[in-house]
Design a binder for this molecule. Sequence first.
Ligand code: SF4
Ligand code: F3S
Length: 85
Amino acid sequence: TYVITQPCIGVKDASCVDVCPVDCIHPSQGEEGYEENEQLFINPDECIDCGACEPACPVTAIFEESAVPEEWKSFIKINADFFKG
Ligand code: SF4
Ligand code: F3S
């Protein structure tokens, strides 16, 4: 799965949302059913690993899970936890 990390915080450019073919990046602006947050998250149960979002992010916040920089590894769980009821 792909993961959104620290650089997204406070930026939320949302270019990633536009390119994701399965709409698994939340919460997009004004989206119902999700709590607003300071960053966006990728639902690991829905991500198909297409990689389209990674180059779309202007602040390089998105990484494949195994490629997340050491200092941002905690975001793997943070992304997953956002989707747990
Ligand atoms: Fe969406 Fe593809 Fe990015 Fe997964 S890798 S979040 S499916 S654009
Ligand atoms: Fe955040 Fe980059 Fe998407 S800033 S909202 S991960 S395009």
